[in-house]
Write a protein that binds this ligand. Structure first.
Ligand SMILES: FC(F)c1nnc(N2CCN(c3ncnc4sc(CC(F)(F)F)cc34)CC2)s1
Length: 518
């Protein structure tokens, strides 16, 4: 595995975002596959400079604040790369392994080399532990970083078949003919024994969300570049992001998008959409389209088993106050999770649904009730009709109409679908999902809707092909109803509108640590 080629070297020293984008473009365009170790060291180096709040990233030259994008010389990057190559080639005696495709022993050996060189004890859920720069300068990696390092190391050893496999909260590798073999190479979560070296099959069989029913993102080399770019963490501290680092991530994601490398990567599309929501790039597709592409990819390539594509867009709608669309998205997210059994290692998605049910929906219901109370028609000063004053000298309470949302049977139906999906998720699971706190929120949310809406609910059965299933008795009943009542029935739409999103937070770091490294 050679280092930088001449056409890569000419981009150095990197002076600005554009030069980094051009380096990635040349690495992604040429016939030889992109060099994961070189690119990861480069990104980690820049992230380290831009997010270390040791030195402020700006020099206050009076008039304007000059952001300092680091000048990245070729020498330090290549030195770190060669350190990685020497360590990996020095630890793996290739004469013991067949050429051609990798074996389970080889993958386990490489995972052991990375694992044993990590420092004994560090907080693995800290930021900036995802790149080979962190590994080579600090011997520290988070769980995603270990899996990525194993793939980068196998690339250095010349194995083109070892690739990164990504679920929504875990990473492992595929290898062998047609990438048919799988192996754990890193840990997951807190307090779980790592299963390094084992195939993934058990996890899939347990129907746990963590393994996505056998529909993980299977990366190509270019998608592994997309994963390292998605893993960029621009945060300087819990309140501040480096604008330059976020902008570099955004421009690299656009490069990968335009080259077609995000087509099968819903979370990277969601990451880019989140960044675009914060700081839109002129003449680019809007966030809403990117979120939709993520959901479409989930349906086309992953049997619609991914949840995040839906919670990404629901959160986007929520932040824009489009609450009905948000509810619809979260109902569809629950429609995905219902097919899984809850497992102790599925905590991340549990927290996602908990935030939706216990924070976002209560906030939403509160805000629509408040806005109704404050609506001009109701405030006494502006009210034209003061009949209540005249009639009895005392103001009689004006009946407060419920907001359209709370009078909308479709919204009520979405709320029920959300909770029904979570309940079905729990059914047949080894670990309970719901507790009394959930019941409190379910009752509170349902009670927020008007009694009329709750009586109007008419649940139509939709078959797997999207056809409406109705039995005769219901047909007759329906006939009766139609005759004497024009009210619209709530119907479950055949093809529910796409889209979901995350809660109120912006984009989130790619990996969750596990607390103390044991
Ligand atoms: F749907 C919304 F709630 C979300 N908002 N941000 C979300 N993230 C942000 C970024 N993220 C990711 N973004 C790109 N690729 C990956 S691969 C992966 C699993 C693991 F870290 F490799 F173990 C996580 C992840 C994790 C999920 S979900």
């Amino acid at each position: 595995m050679a280092g930088f080629r001449d056409e890569d070297k000419r981009h150095f020293p990197l002076q600005d975002i554009k030069s980094v984008v051009e380096l990635f473009r040349s690495q992604l365009s040429c016939s030889v596959e992109p060099n994961l170790a070189l690119l990861s060291v480069t990104l980690g180096y820049i992230e380290n400079v831009l997010t270390n709040n040791r030195a402020l990233n700006k020099v206050d030259s009076g008039a304007n604040l000059e952001p300092i994008f680091p000048v990245v010389e070729l020498a330090p990057v290549e030195a770190l790369y060669h350190k990685f190559v020497c360590q990996i080639k020095g630890s793996v005696d290739l004469s013991l392994f067949t050429h051609g495709v990798a074996t389970r022993d080889l993958v386990k050996k490489v995972s052991d080399v990375i694992w044993s060189s990590l420092s004994r004890s560090y907080h693995t859920d800290r930021a900036h532990l995802q790149s080979l720069y962190s590994y080579l300068t600090g011997n520290r990696l988070d769980c995603f970083g270990v899996a990525f390092a194993v793939v980068a190391a196998c690339q250095v050893l010349g194995y083109k078949d070892v690739h990164l496999a990504l679920s929504e909260d875990h990473a492992w590798v595929t290898f062998g003919d047609k990438g048919a073999e799988t192996a754990e190479v890193t840990w997951h979560g807190k307090g779980n024994e790592d299963k390094r070296g084992q195939p993934i099959s058990v996890g899939v069989a347990e129907k746990s969300w963590l393994y996505l029913y056998g529909f993980p993102v299977q990366c190509t080399r270019s998608m592994e570049v997309a994963a390292m770019v998605s893993a960029i963490n621009p945060s300087i501290d819990s309140h501040t992001d480096s604008i330059e680092m976020a902008s570099l991530q955004q421009e690299l994601l656009w490069l990968l998008y335009e080259m077609g490398h995000l087509r099968k990567y819903p979370m990277a599309l969601g990451n880019l959409a989140d960044l675009e929501e914060i700081d839109p790039t002129p003449d680019k597709p809007p966030p809403i389209q990117l979120f939709h592409e993520g959901i479409h990819a989930g349906k086309v390539y992953y049997n619609n088993q991914h949840v995040y594509p839906y919670t990404y867009l629901g959160g986007h709608y929520y932040r824009r106050g489009q609450f009905k669309d948000a509810l619809h998205c979260w109902a569809q997210a629950a429609n995905v999770i219902r097919s899984y059994n809850y497992n102790r290692e599925d905590e991340e998605i549990y927290k996602e649904f908990l935030e939706i049910a216990h924070e976002l929906i209560p906030n939403m219901l509160k805000s629509v009730s408040l806005s109704t109370l404050q609506s001009p028609a109701l405030s006494p000063a502006s009210s034209t009709d003061d009949s209540s004053e005249k009639s009895n000298g005392r103001s009689t309470p004006v009946a407060v109409p419920l907001s359209p949302l709370l009078n909308d049977p479709e919204c009520f139906a979405y709320l029920l679908q959300l909770y029904d999906g979570i309940c079905q998720w729990e059914e047949g699971s080894s670990t309970p999902v719901l507790h009394i706190g959930w019941a409190k929120h379910i009752v509170q949310s349902i009670n927020s809707f008007s009694p009329q809406v709750r009586s109007k609910l008419n649940i139509l059965l939709i078959g797997d092909q999207g056809e409406v299933l109705k039995d005769e008795e219901e047909e007759e009943e329906e006939g009766e109803k139609d005759k004497d009542k024009e009210e619209s029935k709530t119907e479950e739409k055949e093809e529910p509108k796409k889209g979901r999103g995350r809660g109120s937070k912006g984009s989130r770091a790619i990996a969750k640590g596990k607390g103390e490294k044991n």
